[in-house]
Design a binder for this molecule. Structure first.
Ligand code: NAD
Length: 470
């Protein structure tokens, strides 16, 4: 207990995981004090902002949860040391990006931020702490962290693995009603079992007991990487099928429906698209590839790696289709890009397929008009500049950020849907057709529009995994 007599939880890292996860802990456990800390003053200021539109992350339902608990039992601060000192339990949800280089195809997770956080905890903590791995980490990270934490031998630490399975865009729903909570700990040791019990107690405020599972630490760490591999693998598999459909006259949505109705297979994550994005899938799979390579499991590494290669291939295929459709040249042609985030209902652009699509079209000297309902203009510029070989001045001649889809469409030769935002289904396509160059093309990278209706209006429509002329 802290000096207030209340159980104190601290979370290091106020990002896409730390922020929403702790907002839900605070909402569900009013008797627990939750402090989320970060080294980024800008991020903490945004979490504390009185303008609710300025929260650093957009997630449906997040704003309400934060506004109802902030200042009561949910606090955001840059005082990392103070929060560590008070805490009974410390979640670590810092970023674990992919290292840039590696010997083979695999890429290790960069644990620099994690180690810095662990060293800070070791230095500051004067009373026993439970340290919870919330970030996605390679197997046996807990062991390494335990060595760092327990090096001085003066304070006792218990390390638990508690990977987060939330999906951006549905984070609050996933957190409030999770499929399972996975807790890995030392099941052979009294203190380990007690630490697991304390974390189970927190989740039991809102998660049914049968959904809380405990394993050894390594199974828990590995399960997170494997879960992301399986999800991404399904996307890559259906995307591979989409190529076959385009060449054969089959319709990938029909195939997906027929296959997904088999209860052994299931229908989720069988939607063909321009490719998966997000900060986790590619990173975690490359990490699995790296782990396999470092264990001498060459063929296993290759098997994992194909999921990422297939994803790159799908993005390339999509861009080639755009160029081919526009009479083999996009130079000087205006193309409207609808959606820039990696999926709907999030402003997150990390590894977004839109970035690769835009980068390749810009390389071909197309003029882009980009519209996304939630991604900030500065973020789009940052991503485009980082992905392109051109400098900012050159890019500014080619890229324009639009404030709405109609402005983006004005004078465009093609509309390219990169994100499945709901609002794109309800656009006034008669009006759009009227303001576009003719023939007016639509390349639906998410298969979300009503293609039959659009063709009747007069658009030439290309959809993923569907015959050109059905
Ligand atoms: P993020 O980049 O949004 O947030 C991480 C935060 O940690 C940043 O604000 C950064 O400033 C802060 N930070 C870094 N080092 C720090 C330190 N030493 N002290 C205090 N703060 C520090 O990252 P994220 O998307 O929240 O991901 C965090 C982890 O969770 C990653 O390992 C990721 O793989 C995993 N994960 C992410 C998702 C997702 O959908 N984003 C889902 C499940 C798991």
């Amino acid at each position: 207990m802290g000096s207030t007599g209340r159980y104190q939880v601290c979370c290091i890292g106020a990002g896409y995981v730390g922020g929403p996860t702790m907002a839900v802990v605070a909402k569900m456990c009013p008797k627990i004090d939750v402090t989320v800390v970060d080294i980024s003053q800008r991020r903490i200021d945004a979490w504390n902002s009185q303008q609710d539109s300025e929260l650093p992350i957009y997630e449906p339902g997040l704003k309400e949860a934060v506004l109802n608990t902030r200042g009561k039992n949910l606090f955001f601060s840059t005082d990392v040391d103070g929060a560590i000192e008070r805490a009974n339990m410390i979640f670590v949800a810092v970023n674990t990006p992919t290292k840039k280089d590696g010997l083979g195809a695999g890429r290790a997770a960069d644990l620099t931020y994690w180690e810095l956080a662990a060293r800070r905890i070791a230095k500051i903590a004067k009373s026993p702490k439970i340290v919870v791995e919330k970030s996605t980490v390679p197997i046996r990270t807990a062991e390494a962290i335990s060595t760092v934490l327990n090096a001085s031998g003066t304070t006792k630490f218990q390390i638990l693995s508690n990977p987060e399975f939330l999906a951006e865009g549905t984070a609050m729903r996933d957190l409030e009603n999770p499929d399972r909570i996975l807790i890995g700990g030392n099941l052979k040791d009294e203190d380990g079992i007690q630490a697991i019990g304390e974390l189970v107690d927190i989740y039991s405020h809102w998660v049914p007991k049968e959904k809380i599972i405990t394993t050894n630490v390594w199974s828990s760490e590995l399960s997170k990487l494997v879960a992301n591999f399986f999800l991404a693998q399904r996307v890559s598999s259906i995307n591979a099928v989409s190529a076959l459909c385009e060449s054969s006259g089959a319709d990938v949505d029909e195939v997906s429906m027929a296959v997904g109705m088999d209860s052994r297979i299931g229908s989720k994550f069988l939607k063909a698209s321009v490719g998966f994005g997000g900060s986790c899938f590619q990173k975690d799979i490359l990490n699995l590839v790296y782990l396999s390579e470092s264990m001498g499991l060459k063929e296993i590494a290759e098997y994992f790696h194909w999921v990422v290669r297939m994803n790159d291939l799908q993005k390339d295929r999509f861009v080639s289709r755009i160029i081919h459709g526009l009479f083999n040249t996009v130079t000087g042609k205006r193309i409207a890009i609808l959606g820039f985030s990696f999926k709907k209902d999030t402003g997150d652009t990390r590894e977004s397929a839109a970035i690769s699509v835009c980068q390749r079209l810009v390389d071909e000297r197309a003029n882009l008009a980009i519209y996304d309902p939630k991604v900030q203009e500065a973020q789009i510029w940052q991503d485009i500049t980082a992905a392109s070989r051109m400098d900012r001045l050159e890019l500014e001649r080619l890229v324009h950020i639009s404030s709405n889809p109609y402005e983006a469409s004005q004078g465009s030769h093609a509309l390219v849907v990169c994100t499945e935002w709901d609002e794109f289904r309800d656009l006034n396509f008669e009006k759009i057709l009227g303001i576009m160059e003719k023939p007016a093309f639509i390349f639906d990278g998410r298969n979300v529009l009503n293609h039959e209706h659009l063709r009747k209006l007069g658009f030439v429509v290309y959809a993923i995994g569907k015959p050109l002329d059905p």
